[in-house]
Design a protein around this ligand. Structure first.
Ligand SMILES: O=C(O)c1ccc[n+]([C@@H]2O[C@H](COP(=O)([O-])O)[C@@H](O)[C@H]2O)c1
Ligand SMILES: Cc1cc2nc[nH]c2cc1C
Length: 335
C-alpha cells in the first residue's frame, strides 16, 4: 500500500473528502423523518457522516470489522507499566482462544474480529536512546495496518494491545501537540505514583533525545511510536483512501493518529471517537483534534473495546435513519 515514507506523506496530503451529495441527501432525509428536527441528536450526525463516506443516502453496516494490532516495546524494560511485556503475547493468545473482552464485545456488536500481532518477538528499541523503529520496520507496520482496511468493509473499528504503549502514546501526544510529559502520561494499566514519575521521566528523555528530528508524521511515529501504533495510523489512512469510516478506541489508539492530526487536521473527518477513556490524556487529545466521544463509560482497557461498544450506537443511528417513516409516508403534519 505505502511504498515508502514519502508515499505515506503524499497520501496524507491528498486525503479524499466525503460525498457531499450523499451527505445532503441524508441530511434532507433526517429533516423529513417523523420526529422533531434534531431530536435524535448525535445519532443524526452519525447517519450523515456515514452516508458521506459510504456515498449513499441510506448507509448500512453489513460488514463491520474490529482490527486489534499488537506490538512490544523496548521501553517496557524501564518499569513504566504495571504488567510485564510477556502479557502482550499472552493476551494475543487469549484473543485467539476467544477469551478476551474484545471477543465478547465484537460478537455483541455483530463485528468480525481481526487480530494482527506484529513481530512480538522483536520489541521496538528503547526510544530514550534510539528511534523505536527503522524506516523499514515502520513502513512494514503501516502496511500491516493498511492491509485490514480493504474496500467492502462498511465500518472499521481499531484498537491495540501492547504493554508499555501508554508511554509511547503520551510521547506521541507531547511531540505532536506540546505540553509536558505529565499532561499526557497517566496510569495506563495501573502504575503507582513512582511508576508514573518514571513514565514522565522516560517521556521527557525521549523528547529531548529526538528533538529536531520529528520532522514528519512518519518520523514521529517511527521514533516515538510502536509497531501497533504505526499499524493503526496505516489502517486509518488506508480506510480513508477506501472511504471506509473508522470507529476509534481509547487514548492509545487515538494517540497513534496524533502526529497525522497535527499536520493534517482533516484526518479526523472519517473518524468517530467511540468513547473517551479514563486515561486522563484522552479527553485532552480528543479536544485537541476536534473529536467528541460517543460514550463515556470509564473504560480503560484498550484492545478496541470502546470502539466495539460504539458500533452498537452507530448501528442504532443507521437503523433509525434508514427505517423510520417520513412525515409524508406516515400522514403526520410536520408543522
Ligand atoms: O485505550 C486506553 O485508553 C487504555 C488505557 C489504559 C491502558 N490501556 C491498555 O493497557 C496497555 C497499556 O498500558 P501500559 O500501562 O502497559 O502502558 C495496552 O495494552 C492498552 O491496550 C488502554
Ligand atoms: C490483562 C491485560 C489485558 C489488556 N488488554 C489490553 N491491554 C491490556 C493489558 C492487560 C494487562
Amino acid at each position: 500500500m505505502f511504498a515508502s515514507a514519502a508515499d505515506f506523506s503524499a497520501a496524507l496530503s491528498a486525503l479524499p473528502s466525503p460525498d457531499s451529495g450523499a451527505r445532503s441527501a441524508a441530511a434532507a432525509r433526517q429533516a423529513q423523518l417523523t420526529k422533531p428536527p434534531g431530536s435524535l441528536g448525535r445519532l443524526e450526525d452519525l447517519a450523515i457522516l456515514i452516508a458521506g463516506w459510504q456515498g449513499r443516502e441510506r448507509p448500512e453496516i453489513g460488514r463491520a470489522r474490529v482490527a486489534v494490532f499488537a506490538g512490544n516495546h523496548g521501553v517496557a524494560a524501564r518499569g513504566v507499566s504495571a504488567f510485564p511485556a510477556s502479557v502482550t503475547a499472552q493476551m494475543v493468545e487469549n484473543f485467539a482462544r476467544g477469551g478476551a473482552a474484545i471477543n465478547a464485545l465484537s460478537a455483541a456488536a455483530g463485528a468480525e474480529l481481526v487480530v494482527v500481532p506484529i513481530d512480538l518477538d522483536r520489541p521496538t528499541a528503547d526510544f530514550t536512546m534510539a528511534a523505536a523503529m527503522t524506516e523499514a520496520e515502520c513502513l512494514a507496520a503501516l502496511n500491516a495496518g493498511a492491509a485490514v482496511a480493504e474496500a467492502g468493509i462498511d465500518l472499521l473499528a481499531v484498537g491495540e494491545m501492547g504493554i508499555a504503549n501508554s508511554t509511547a502514546a503520551a510521547a506521541l501526544c507531547a511531540a505532536s501537540f506540546g505540553g509536558e510529559a505529565v499532561d499526557w502520561a497517566g496510569p495506563g494499566t495501573g502504575v503507582d505514583a513512582a511508576g508514573l514519575a518514571r513514565k514522565a521521566a522516560v517521556i521527557d528523555a525521549a523528547l529531548a533525545f529526538h528533538r529536531g528530528a520529528l520532522t514528519s508524521p512518519f518520523e514521529t511515529l517511527r521514533r516515538l511510536g510502536g509497531r501497533e501504533l504505526a499499524a493503526i495510523a496505516g489502517a486509518v489512512v488506508a480506510a480513508r483512501l477506501a472511504r471506509v469510516p473508522v470507529a476509534m478506541d481509547g487514548f492509545i489508539a487515538t494517540a497513534a493518529i496524533a502526529p497525522i492530526a497535527a499536520s493534517q487536521p482533516a484526518i479526523v473527518d472519517h473518524i468517530v471517537a467511540g468513547h473517551v477513556s479514563a486515561e486522563p490524556g484522552h479527553r485532552r487529545l480528543l479536544d485537541r483534534i476536534g473529536l467528541s466521544p460517543l460514550l463515556s463509560l470509564d473504560m480503560r482497557l484498550g484492545e478496541g473495546s470502546g470502539a466495539a461498544v460504539a458500533i452498537n450506537i452507530i448501528r442504532s443511528a443507521l437503523a433509525a435513519h434508514g427505517g423510520m417513516a417520513t412525515f409524508a409516508e406516515a400522514g403526520i403534519g410536520s408543522g
